[in-house]
Design a binder for this molecule. Sequence first.
Ligand code: HEC
Length: 139
Amino acid sequence: MERQTLIKLIPTLFIVSIAAVFIYNLVSHGRIEHPGKSVYKNQCAQCHGDDGEGIKVLVPPMADADFLKNNFDSIPCWLKNGLNHPIVVNGKTYDQPMYPPGVDEIQIANVMNYMSREFLHSEMQVNSIWVKDRLKVCK
Ligand code: HEC
């Protein structure tokens, strides 16, 4: 690239980086809704609860759930195929089937990122390419 062109690009790069920081701040302070939030509210919360608290002995909690943290990588397969065997979450056994909630790869990635931040207070983040890869190895 010519020196002249590079110099012309500087203001553009400057504006783009300011915009990026601005958008990042809006999202991280919760002023723009996380894209996984609507997936969670519409397709998971009726069972798992708005705050991931679950339903008594029927639906396991997500909030600070050891099982969720330890098996995070398995979530795509559970959402695709459902989950239907006894599991132990925070010391309690749950054994009701979860039928596939009907979410696509992008929704899975978004909802996982939302759950990671909201319920596990974790920095773990995934994307739809990773989800697609995980879906290839579902049993
Ligand atoms: C109709 C009720 C229902 C809906 C809707 C539902 N689940 Fe579940 N979910 C369950 C039940 C019941 C289990 C326990 C399954 C078992 O014991 O085998 C479960 C288990 C899980 C688990 C593993 C246990 C845990 O708490 O860590 C995860 C993760 C999970 N669901 C995520 C989701 C996500 C994400 C959605 C929305 C995209 C969703 N579920 C929608 C009922 C539901």
